[in-house]
Design a protein around this ligand. Structure first.
Ligand SMILES: [Fe+2]
Ligand SMILES: [Fe+2]
Length: 491
């Protein structure tokens, strides 16, 4: 077991106190992180006390501590999962050899790129979500938003730890750049497209945490299979926190659906206009949001045919989920992947060497995982006796990256003409009017135990507490009021 030091300036279980050089480097980065948090983290609420969980250990039970804390005082730490004795590289050219404890020289640039790309998404999502607190539907949801935000901050710490420890001066420069890029900034955007799209309403937030954080989960699972052991141990612990983000998303959308069907059944209505008139989100709009955020998140896995993916797998930098137990051939040199490729006549199957299709292999797992989520949402409809059902669009629908981008496909994945796309797009993706309607519902409800009309309360609260509980204790001083944190608005 690794020893946890919670009293250090940077809480950690990496023995930071024994490595003065690394400690100094990370402590030099820390003020920049704190300044970034105050500038680009949640707007307002920084003086309020939020009921947050903080990672304090990496054991199976008792890894987190819950208490009310002001966000700027959150103890962001560096935690790695315990080492696996005699760990071997799971897949690729070196499958079966001892895992790398240092960066293999010839793969230094590739590994740095992987870590930077992952790391960049963490602060990006905090920036995307920074205004949402002002329109939270309940104290419970407000707390969940901030929980996700502080943990994405910790994930940035996790990646910066790797950069500082293993990549010398370029690593330190990359860590600085992480604090300099800004989501949506035309001059200095975040690296990946989805992370530059603003999240302006809570339905988008729940969809993002369902589909985009779930992309994060699968990327982390692939990195947990890395032959570079420090990356594997870092990402394995990040996955522990990630689960809650997806819970917030999935149950958030589920509660929106629940509330809508309650109103539909109670009033005996189903026309979207009538549903909207009741101040709840019609199911068609939920489906369009689902289509939008799923298709955007699917892009994050990269191209279907990818020489980078092949070399990452070959070098053992990134692996397949559960490589050791799910697959027999860990080298994956003689197999191929049947990829539906668009042609002028429609789609034809191309056999891509399996290593080059590793992005697609990971995307398969992701899509299957998302299917289960949609089925669970459909169970809510079923239980409420509704005939409607949600569907996950095809992975070919509405793509910006890879072989399906630049062409049009319907949600079932059939190729369609530009004319059909133009005629149908408004049925499949949120229109300006849809976005404006959802936005019109976004008024804060921050009274104790109260909740906005458009969403059902959760089945239970956080960490054994009831829904009706002060998950956020507002600062009574004038500063808190000016920041928008006053508990004066109730619904
Ligand atoms: Fe994260
Ligand atoms: Fe996350």
């Amino acid at each position: 077991m690794t020893k946890v030091d919670l009293n250090a300036r940077i809480p950690n279980n990496i023995g930071l106190g024994d490595d003065r050089r690394l400690q100094r480097a990370l402590e030099a980065w820390q003020p920049g992180f704190q300044a970034w948090w105050l500038e680009m983290g949640p707007e307002g609420f920084q003086a309020d006390e939020i009921y947050l969980r903080t990672a304090v250990d990496v054991g199976r039970d008792g890894w987190a501590h819950f208490e009310h804390v002001k966000m700027p005082d959150y103890r962001w730490g560096i935690f790695l999962a315990d080492p696996v004795a005699d760990r071997r590289i799971p897949g690729g050219d070196f499958a079966g050899s001892p895992a790398f404890q240092q960066v293999p020289g010839e793969h230094r640039n590739a590994l740095r790129r992987i870590i930077v790309t992952q790391g960049d998404t963490e602060p990006a999502s905090v920036e995307q979500q920074r205004l949402l607190g002002h329109t939270a539907p309940s104290l419970y949801d407000l707390r969940n938003l901030f929980q996700v935000n502080v943990e994405e901050g910790r994930h940035l710490w996790a990646m910066v730890y790797l950069l500082h420890t293993f990549f010398g001066r370029d690593g330190r420069e990359e860590a600085e750049e992480m604090l300099r890029r800004r989501s949506g900034d035309p001059d200095s955007p975040r690296i990946l497209g989805t992370f530059n799209e603003p999240i302006q309403d809570w339905l988008s937030f729940y969809m993002f945490t369902t589909f985009t954080d779930r992309d994060g989960k699968w990327q982390l699972l692939a990195l947990a299979e890395s032959g570079f052991d420090p990356l594997s141990r870092t990402t394995r612990f990040m996955l522990t926190e990630e689960a809650h983000h997806m819970f917030v998303g999935e149950t958030g959308v589920g509660r929106v659906i629940q509330r809508t069907v309650e109103v539909m059944n109670e009033k005996g209505i189903d026309a979207p206009g009538q549903v909207r008139a009741e101040g709840v989100i019609d199911l068609g709009t939920v489906q369009k949001y689902l289509n939008r955020w799923f298709s955007s998140s699917v892009d994050l896995f990269g191209g279907e045919r990818s020489s980078n993916a092949a070399s990452y797998f070959a070098a053992g930098l990134k692996g397949r989920h559960k490589e050791e137990t799910r697959f027999e051939d860990h080298v994956a040199l003689d197999q191929s992947y049947d990829l539906p490729v668009p042609t002028d006549a429609g789609l034809s199957t191309e056999q891509v060497p399996l290593r080059n299709a590793m992005n697609e292999v990971l995307r398969d797992d992701y899509v299957a995982d998302c299917e289960f989520v949609v089925q669970r949402w459909n169970r809510i409809l079923e239980k409420s006796g509704r005939p409607e059902r949600f569907t996950l669009p095809s992975r070919r629908f509405h793509r910006d990256v890879g072989i399906y981008s630049g062409r049009h496909f319907d949600p079932e994945g059939n190729p369609i003409s530009d004319e059909t796309w133009n005629a149908k797009q408004a049925d499949w993706l949120p229109t300006r009017e849809d976005l404006d309607f959802v936005k019109s519902l976004m008024t804060p409800v921050l009274g104790l135990g109260q909740i906005a009309n458009w969403i059902a309360p959760p089945a239970k609260g956080i960490h054994g507490n009831p829904f009706e509980w002060d998950y956020v204790r507002f600062d009574k001083s004038s500063a808190g009021v000016a920041l928008g944190g006053a508990p004066t608005i109730t619904g």
